[in-house]
Design a protein around this ligand. Sequence first.
Ligand code: AMP
Length: 605
Amino acid sequence: MSTFSELGLREEILSALADMGYETPSEIQQKAIPQVINSTDDLKAFAQTGTGKTAAFSLPIIQQIDPENNNVQAIILSPTRELAVQIGDQIQKFSKNIKGLKTVTVYGGASIEDQFRKLKKGAQIVVGTPGRTVDLISRRKLKLENIQWLVLDEADEMLNMGFKDDLDAVLEATPETKQTLLFSATFPKEVEAIARNYMYNPAEVEAGTKNTGSDNVSNEYYVVTERNRYAAIKRIADINPDIYGIIFCRTRRECQEVSEKLIADGYNADSLHGDLSQAQRDSVMQKFRNKNIQMLVATDVAARGLDVNNLTHVINHKLPDQNEAYTHRSGRTGRAGNKGVSIVLVTSREVGKLRPIERKIKKKFIKKDIPSGEEICKVQLFKLVEKVKETEINADGISGYLDNIYEQFEGLSREELIQKFISMEFNSFLEYYENAADINDTRSPRERDDRGKRRNDENMTRFFINIGRKDNLTPPRLMGLINDQNITNNVEIGQIEILDTFSFFELDKNFETETIDAFLNNAPEFEGRNVNVEITKKRRSGGGRGGDRRGGRRDTTPRGGRNDRNNRRDGDFRGRRRDNGAANNDPSRNRSNRVQNKSWGRKRD
Ligand code: AMP
C-alpha cells in the first residue's frame, strides 16, 4: 500500500492532508492520483460515494495547477449544490498551503452577482452545478476555453437529474485538449454515451466492484401490505432504539407523508426533498449530521449532498424506480469500515423485483420478519433498565428532598418500587403493542387478491355515516361526498361498506380529527338528509382484526398535522416535540420515544 507521498504529491498538499487526518490513500486515490499526475489521458473512474473520490480527482489537479495564472484551469461539475459546496470546501482545505490558488463554487439558488464578483477576482478551480455553470458561461462570466481539466463527478446522478443538455453545453464550451475525468458509481448507457462522445481513449480505474454493494451492508427485506409500510417502519425504529438512518422515498410527496406521520407519532424525524428552500435543506442536514434527527426521510436526489459515514440503517420505504439507485441508497450505510443494514419494504407482489437487484449487488437479500409487539417491548424495556442503571445520581441536587421522598415511599418494597417506576415509563408503550397484530404479509396470492378481506389495517380508521343504500348511496357517491369535504389533499380512502340505512368507510387514521371536523363544519346534506359522521370502534363485518387496542385514543386531542410540522421546521425540534405531547396522535409514542430519546441523547454525550 502506498503513502500519499509515494503517489507523487507535493509537500504543500501532504502537510494539508496530514492536518486533515488523511493518513493512507483510499483505493480509488491510490489508482487515480498517479494516473492523472503522470498522464494526460482521459479517465473513467468507477467509484461509489464515500470512497474518497473527491480527493482522488482534486489532489492531482491541485498538484498541477499554475497558481500564478489567474484563469480558470479546472472545472468540476457535480449534481447538487450540497455536493458542490462540499467539494469546494475540501479543495480549499487540500490547497490551503499553496499560495495564490483560489477556488470558487457556483450553484443555483444563490446570488449570481456574488458569483460574478468572485469569478472576476480570478480562480483557477471552479466547482459548479450544471445549470448555474451553463448560465455563467452563456453570460460570458465564466470562460472555459483554456481549461486543462474537466471533472464530471457523479455523472450518473447528473444524468438522472436531467442535466444531459447542460452537460453537453459545458462540454462544448471546453477545449479538446483538456483532460476529462469522469467519476460515476454506476455506468448506465447514458453515462457510457458521454464517455464515448466526449472522451478519447480513456484509462479506466475502479474501486470496489462495479455496481456492487458494500460487503459491510446486510441487505434485508420485509413483506408487508401496501397499507402497512408505515407501521413496519415504526416497528423497525422501535426495535432499533439507536437507529440513525435515512428512509428513502421516491417522491417528494411520499417523503412528506412519511415524515409527517413519524413526527406526529413523536419520532425524531424530518424530511429532505426538493420542495424545501435551500435554507431549510441546510438546516435539516445540519440537524441530521448533529444527530438531532434520528431518521431522515429523503428523496434520492436530496440525499446526495449528505456526507454522513456512520448511518446504522437505510430503509427503502418503496423500491427505487431504477435498480441502479438501490446501490446508491444502500451505499449510504456500511461506510468507513462501519457495518450497516439496508432494509427494503416490499409487498408480496414486489418480491420478484429484488432478484435483478441481487444480481447487480451480487448479494442475496435476507428475508426478515417484522418484529412482534412483544419483541419490541422486550428491547425497549431492557433499554429502559439499562438507562436507569447508567443514570448518574446527582447527589447534591437531590439531597435536600430525599428525606421527604423516602418518607413518601415508606411501606413500598424494593420490588414494588421498581415495578412502579418501570410501569410509569412503560405502561402506555406496553398498551400500544399489547395484542399488536402480526403485520408480516404471509397471504397466498389468492388471499392477496381478495380485496374484501384486507387485514391488519393499522393505518386506517373506520367511520360510521348515517346514510345508506336506501338513500341511494353507492361507493362512488360516498367517495364523492368524502372528497367534497376537502379533508386534506388526496386522503386515502379504504374499505367502504354500504348497508341499508347507514354505512362505513375507512380513511387514513392520521386525519381522524380533520375528517370529523370537515363533516361538522361543512354540514353536508345527502338526498335531503343531514349527514352525520362518527368514528366507530366496531370492526367491519368479516374483518380479521383483533380487539381495538387503541380504542381510547380515537377521541383524544387534535393531532399535529401539516401546520405543526411547518412550525417545527424553524424551531428546536426536540424542545417543541416535548411541549407538544398533546398533539401526538399516539400517546404511546410519547413514552416510547422518551426511551429512545434519552438513550439517543446519552449516545451523543
Ligand atoms: P468522498 O468519497 O470524497 O465523499 O469522501 C468520503 C469521506 O471520506 C469524506 O469525509 C472524506 O473527508 C473522507 N476521506 C477521503 N479520503 C480519505 C483518506 N484517505 N483518509 C481519511 N479520510 C478520507
